[in-house]
Design a protein around this ligand. Structure first.
Ligand SMILES: Nc1ncnc2c1ncn2[C@@H]1O[C@H](COP(=O)(O)OP(=O)(O)O)[C@@H](O)[C@H]1O
Ligand code: SF4
Ligand SMILES: [Mg+2]
Length: 315
């Protein structure tokens, strides 16, 4: 284990030949041991950010820098990606069925992943699978390893996918909406597991559209809007003093956990721009109540200690 910063993205841009500029300034930092929530509305570029870190983004021109443990991932060739993906960084998705072949038992599939990256006998790999499933809180790991994916509940399948992602001891786990498809009780269990993983196994990038998930489970947060990171901070700081008008609106829209629900939640008028309609100045300008003439130039992402924000109100 070297430096403290595991991953930093600097002004990442993704220019798709047909769809346009899909990411237009993604900057964030993930220190080792952190759980970084990447939060934003549907279409804001969360999944593309996660996929780019694994070199799995759709074709297009990727610019900016992605520094992982001192190396710039944007310079990786296919051979380097092969040694990186699944080994140093792994990803889990909303639907665990995408990770498993339906026709093979869970255990052997995880075993194969292990033997792809680690020199290990079949027997040792099998023991590792059982141990991993146990660590993921699976009640009877031996029996579970013998099951086919469709025989498991959504929650157990999600645990199996996390086990597979962690099977080669990655330093980074990217979880893309891992609880969205689960019912509320199981969601809470998987979030607890991710917090344990963050504290024990790997740094976590937790992609979600749900600020409630961020406030419960993350140590830090990056807010994405229309392909741009507009604010990052430690979670408590962001919740207590959100700086960006968009983050402020997003937080007002979280329903309170207790007490009577308000008749109607404050919503932000209008819709986010698309890659084709994104303004060249501040991306939030068309919906911002505080907009002024200075906002026609894209505001720089400014540091105020460990809190960073891109808005002219904070020079
Ligand atoms: N393979 C692709 N080809 C073209 N456009 C894409 C592709 N994947 C995503 N996009 C577009 O990029 C934007 C961001 O997508 P995505 O990262 O999936 O958003 P999120 O995960 O935040 O919902 C959206 O406008 C989406 O339509
Ligand atoms: S830069 Fe201007 S338009 Fe953008 S969020 Fe700040 S005040 Fe609003
Ligand atoms: Mg997504």
């Amino acid at each position: 284990m070297t430096g403290k910063t595991l991953l930093s993205l600097h002004d990442l841009r993704l220019d798709h030949p047909r769809a346009g500029i899909l990411l237009d300034g993604v900057s964030l930092t993930l220190e080792r041991g952190q759980i970084l929530g990447v939060v934003g509305e549907s279409g804001s570029g969360k999944s593309l950010t996660g996929l780019s870190v694994l070199g799995l983004q759709p074709t297009g021109k990727l610019s900016g820098r992605m520094i992982f443990d001192g190396q710039d991932l944007t310079r990786f060739g296919e051979a380097e990606w092969r040694g990186f993906r699944g080994k140093r960084a792994a990803m889990i998705f909303q639907d665990p069925m995408t990770a498993f072949l339906p026709v093979r038992r869970i255990g052997p599939q995880i075993e194969e992943q292990i033997r792809l990256h680690m020199t290990m006998s079949r027997r040792a790999a099998r023991a590792r699978v059982i141990a991993l499933l146990g660590r993921m809180g699976v009640p009877s790991p031996e029996r579970m390893a013998e099951r086919y994916p469709h025989e498991l509940s959504g929650g157990l399948r999600q645990r199996a996918m996390i086990a597979m992602a962690l099977s080669c001891d990655p330093e980074l786990l990217i979880a893309d909406e891992p609880t969205t498809a689960l019912d509320v009780t199981v969601q809470a269990q998987i979030l607890t597991l991710l917090r344990e993983i963050g504290a024990r196994d790997a740094s976590v990038m937790l992609i979600t559209h749900d600020m409630g998930v961020v406030s419960q489970s993350c140590t830090h947060v990056a807010v994405l809007y229309a392909g741009v990171v507009i604010e990052t901070a430690p979670v408590q700081k962001l919740l207590a003093t959100p700086l960006h008008p968009y983050t402020q609106a997003l937080l007002r829209a979280i329903p309170p956990l207790e007490g009577p629900r308000p008749d109607r939640l404050p919503v932000i008028e209008g819709v986010p721009p698309t890659p084709k309609t994104r303004p060249s100045g501040c991306v939030f300008a068309p919906r911002c109540a505080a907009v002024e003439s200075r906002c026609q130039t894209r505001p720089a992402f400014r540091e105020r200690g460990d809190h960073k924000v891109a808005c002219v109100l904070y020079p």
